[in-house]
Write a protein that binds this ligand. Structure first.
Ligand code: IVH
Length: 668
């Protein structure tokens, strides 16, 4: 292909992929399979890689994010991001309606919208291209989260059509659907990470992650609800939103024009019940005056517009009796108290259990067995107990005494000052901890051992065939055959799959060991830094926290893990089975030692290479890429729009600042 046809093909692929993204993420009507989509994306990535002169940071291939940690730049909002006044009753809404009628004597329309429960975002488009995405911050200044937002597939990087104004801002709410939230939390639990309390926290937490490749894996979505600019096409908010829909933005279909406050009430009543059937959370309704001219007349108070208001739904609450408290033991030994409730109908489902989180929560609520408690389903999927109806309390009741022994193995529980949870410390003998560790070890992202699931592990454990992860490698088909439910074929499958797992590369093995706080990403970082379990297990605290993203908590947990005699024994046994405990030659392509001993910070955007590629080049030449400038930093590799804080810190600490060209001379 000549240069022109390569360029054309790249453009064509980008347009096709943008269109498929729109059909999938905005319209929910894909016309090709995921497989076909991946193939097109692969083609584009390949072509862009071999033809870097056609790099475009708005290409759909850039939605995967990059691995660089960024400190967000602070951006001043061109138009402040105000909040909305809240109302909780129809009376308060009637007052809002009266205030408007006093200020506008002509007729007017309202637009009713859902109040999406996520985190707000302000997007700037120039000539149809997404230029910047900024969080609300304090309303005047927010964080530049453009890289993260570009990974959200329902947000167009390039608009359709040609009738948009040259320069405009569109605001909306980034959120996570119920399904996405459940999937994401299941993964977090599996990775030994603390699950998010609700989709809203998950969305706002994710948006602030300083590594867009992690953000790209989270199911963020975005509804847009507000256009701002000097030259908007229509004078009506409603029409402008419809226009924005044509340009490719995700605009909710549940928007209604209303001619009176009574119609607004109807919309509210409808959604107060119907919201249970939505696939995402809303916490109310927003009512806006439709005409922009009238909006201007009404203006703003210091905090919020006079032309709009929100109506907040009451969090659904009910009262029921606390029958008993169960204590569950997790894979890490953490004890979670769970309330058993008299079954009660709440927000469309029957609630029988609610999490009580930990001992602090129980004493804070002074909750007692037999109490009538208030159960609420707010943004949270799992209902929570928010209080006690003390009027109905039995005078003989006594405060709950948190258990002192593990309900599963009887060991005395421990509690660290700095943590809220109680733990069973007997990792090696406590059944749910043993089974949990094995389940984690065999899971897909870890050793990926097929044929073994929760039930089979329980069966093998019950029959005393396995007591730890190393025992898996001693299993024989003859031992499995006689077990109930396990035929010869599945027994063979299991044994084969265990055998195959000795080829799983070291980073995944490290993750599989289930060291507390060492999830997939941390395991990769550690494996690539130390290269072998030998070196990692001998590293001291200072050496561990040298590694990018490894803090005190993780370092302490690693040290504790390798100190444990039982863990040492298991690792030795696994070594004998020839499990991969080293990064293999070839896993890391080392080109030279030219950057040996140098630590380099990358900041800004670059002409020839992406930051990911620069990072790889640093590592391939023996250097270390670090995220923040310190006195130990050798060089600051500076691109365009370099973060001002990094630059001034480097100058202050006399860290050498080099350009992309200088860097290439160094590694040439
Ligand atoms: S309009 C001038 N419309 O609610 C304010 N806001 O307190 C214009 N929100 O932080 C906001 N859904 O993030 C508007 N349909 C909707 C909304 C909405 C959710 C959030 C928004 C803002 C908060 C207002």
């Amino acid at each position: 292909m000549n240069t022109n046809s390569i360029k054309e093909r790249i453009e064509q692929l980008r347009n096709q992929l943008n269109d498929h993204n729109y059909r999938y993420y905005v319209l929910s009507q894909p016309i090709i399979s995921d497989f076909e989509y991946d193939k097109l994306m692969e083609q584009l990535i390949q072509l862009e890689k071999s033809n870097p002169e056609f790099y475009d940071n708005n290409s759909p291939s850039q939605r995967v994010g990059n691995d660089i940690n960024v400190e967000f730049k602070q951006i001043e909002h061109k138009y402040p991001m105000l909040s909305l006044g809240n109302t909780y009753s129809k009376e308060e809404l009637a007052e809002f309606d009266n205030r408007i009628k006093k200020l506008i004597t002509e007729s007017f329309e309202y637009v009713c919208e859902l109040k999406y429960d996520g985190t707000s975002i302000s997007l700037t488009y120039e000539n149809g291209i997404l230029k910047q995405a900024v969080t609300r911050g304090d309303g005047a200044v927010g964080d530049d989260v453009t890289l993260n937002v570009k990974t959200i597939k329902s947000i167009p990087l390039k608009l359709k059509g040609n009738d948009y104004s040259e320069n405009f801002i569109i605001r909306g709410e980034i959120f996570i659907s119920h399904k996405g939230f459940e999937k994401m939390n299941a993964e977090r639990i599996n990775n030994d990470e603390i699950p998010f309390a609700n989709p809203r926290n998950a969305a706002s937490g994710t948006l602030k992650i300083q590594n867009s490749s992690i953000v790209a894996k989270r199911p963020l979505d975005c509804f847009l609800y507000y256009l701002l600019g000097e030259k908007l096409i229509f004078d009506e908010h409603f029409e402008n939103l419809n226009k924005a829909k044509e340009w490719g933005f995700k605009i909710s279909e549940y928007i209604k024009k209303c001619n009176s406050i009574n119609e607004v009430y109807e919309f509210i009543d409808y959604w107060d019940t119907e919201r249970k059937n939505l696939l995402f959370d809303i916490d109310g309704i927003v009512v806006k005056v439709n005409s922009l001219r009238q909006q201007k007349l009404l203006g703003f108070t210091t905090k919020s517009p006079r032309w709009a208001i929100s109506y907040k739904f009451k969090a659904e609450q009910t009262e029921t009796k606390l029958i008993s408290i169960d204590y569950q033991v997790g894979r890490t030994g953490a004890i979670t108290p769970v309330a058993n409730l008299e079954p009660v109908q709440l927000a469309g489902t029957i609630v029988k259990r609610a999490s009580l989180h930990n001992a602090n929560q129980i004493s804070m609520l002074d909750i007692r067995i037999g109490d009538y408690v208030f159960v609420e389903k707010g943004g949270e999927i799992i209902p929570k107990i928010v209080g006690v109806n003390t009027k109905k309390r039995n005078i003989n009741s006594e405060p709950v005494k948190f258990i002192e022994h593990c309900p599963e193995c009887g060991t005395i529980l421990i509690k660290k000052e700095s943590e809220a949870a109680h733990y069973c410390p007997d990792e090696s003998n406590c059944p749910p901890q043993i089974k949990g560790k094995i389940e984690h070890f065999i899971s897909r992202k870890a050793m990926n051992i097929d044929g073994l699931g929760e039930e089979t592990i329980a069966l093998l454990f019950k029959n005393e065939l396995i007591k730890n992860i190393a025992d898996l490698y001693c299993l024989k088909t003859e031992q499995l055959n006689p077990l109930e439910r396990l035929g010869e074929k599945s027994a063979n499958n299991i044994i084969d799959s265990i055998k195959k797992s000795i080829n799983v590369p070291f980073p995944r093995v490290l993750y599989a060991l289930g060291i507390r706080y060492v999830g997939e990403t941390v395991a990769k970082k550690l494996a690539n830094y130390f290269n072998s379990i030998e070196k990692l297990s001998n590293a001291n605290f200072e050496e561990l926290i040298e590694v990018d993203e490894i803090g005190d908590r993780i370092a302490e947990s690693i040290i504790l893990f390798f100190k444990d005699e039982n863990n040492k024994l298991i690792i030795n046994r696994l070594k004998q089975e020839e499990i991969q405990f080293e990064i293999k030659e070839g896993d890391k392509i080392k080109k030279s030692n030219k950057l040996e001993g140098l630590s380099i910070v990358i900041s800004g955007t670059f002409k020839k290479y992406s930051r990911d590629e620069l990072k790889a080049l640093i590592e391939q030449n023996g250097g270390k890429n670090v995220s923040s400038v310190s006195s130990k930093t050798s060089y600051l590799l500076a691109g365009e729009n370099i973060g001002p804080s990094k630059l001034s810190k480097a100058k202050k600490l006399n860290v050498k600042i080099i350009s992309e060209d200088d860097f290439f001379i160094m590694i040439k």
